[in-house]
Write a new protein. Structure first.
Length: 365
């Protein structure tokens, strides 16, 4: 249709120029006709028979795009991992007043052609490209790994959105090129920390794990987590938690934070049984939500496991009474303790509360 319009206006259009106009319009006929009209106003080169012909070079000049050879040379630099050649092409483009956005769009379009050839095996899907361009793409498809082609398309597409005409408008494009070339070489170095993290095999005591293990890794590195089975929690476990309650709260503050520690101080009841520890928060939905958050809950479960010597499931409940679900076992009946209740001791020492006999209060006038 563009060729027909040009003929009616008395202009000839080179086939490559028609394809360039169509690609720039991105399927919008109105934009394509408008661009063709700009080209006729801009002027056309004289053909050998003195007729007027619109050339590819003129279309590229109007669009601010680079020559097809420049785009191919840039992809060649990428294939050869030649950073200096690629950066030089970007510099030359700027010196000639070319459009960076148009150039990156051309590079992405060219790499798309390379990808299609790599996937299909031939240029059957590139009918809108000039034969010389297809042959160049076929050569490059043999020189670039498929994964590198996909990565380049994604990275240059990202760079296109970062070109905002700042003090160094070419910087996003330069960074994309350097990352694609140098980044591939640095990939083996990036895997070293992962290998190092898998090396420690010696058992770690709960005391050492307390000071060196983060909440995210504690469940896998703790000796407790390596146990395949454990006996149900008993009265001895209840007493152990009572005796080490201050240590438990201090560890929660260290690993989770003061908000989580304060939330645990507001619990109304605690029950232990089977492999579970249940905590009741009364009607305080806020503190229950703080402790129920997945990461916090896992971290506190890990701390309890270190103190009790086996894996436990932490259950957060509302209400005044904590209960152990039947599926987890039966709650342990607490025996009379000679030591102070840790919650009561905290209320007295930290909050200034006083312990009184209810019967004495009734006798007072």
């Amino acid at each position: 249709h563009l060729t027909y319009i040009a003929a009616e206006e008395g202009f000839e259009v080179q086939e490559a120029a028609i394809f360039a106009i169509a690609r720039s319009a991105q399927g919008c006929m109105r934009d394509a006709v408008s661009l063709l009209d700009q080209m006729t106003s801009y002027g056309a080169a004289a053909s050998p028979d003195d007729s007027l012909a619109i050339s590819l070079e003129q279309v590229q000049q109007v669009l601010g795009s680079a020559a097809t050879e420049t785009v191919a040379a840039f992809v060649d630099a990428l294939a050869a991992r030649n950073v200096s050649a690629g950066l030089a092409l970007i510099r030359d483009l700027l010196l000639k007043g070319g459009s960076l956005n148009e150039f990156v769009a051309q590079v992405v379009e060219h790499l798309r052609g390379v990808m299609l050839i790599q996937m299909v095996g031939d240029g059957a899907l590139l009918e809108d490209c000039a034969p010389d361009t297809v042959r160049t793409m076929q050569k490059q498809a043999q020189e670039i790994e498929n994964a590198d082609t996909l990565g380049a398309i994604k990275r240059f597409s990202q760079a296109m959105g970062e070109l905002k005409g700042g003090f160094q408008p070419q910087l996003p494009l330069e960074l994309a090129l350097v990352e694609l070339i140098e980044g591939v070489r640095q990939q083996p170095v990036a895997t070293a920390p992962v290998q190092a993290a898998a090396q420690p095999q010696s058992p770690t005591s709960p005391a050492a794990a307390k000071g060196t293990t983060s909440p995210a890794t504690r469940p896998t590195s703790s000796p407790v987590a390596q146990q395949t089975s454990a006996a149900p929690l008993d009265a001895e476990a209840v007493q152990r938690l009572r005796d080490r309650w201050d240590e438990f709260m201090a560890t929660v503050r260290e690993r989770c934070g003061p908000k989580e520690q304060a939330s645990l101080r507001s619990i109304r009841d605690l029950a232990i049984g089977g492999d579970a520890v249940a905590i009741a928060f009364g009607n305080n939905s806020f503190t229950q939500g703080v402790i129920s958050e997945a990461r916090t809950k896992d971290a506190i479960s890990g701390i309890l496991a270190e103190i009790l010597g086996q894996q436990v499931t932490l259950i957060c409940q509302s209400g005044e009474k904590a209960t152990i679900p039947s599926a987890a076992g039966h709650a342990v009946e607490e025996t009379e303790s000679n030591g102070p209740d840790p919650l009561l001791e905290y209320a007295v020492t930290e909050l200034g509360a006083k312990v009184s006999d209810g019967r004495q209060a009734e006798d007072q006038p």
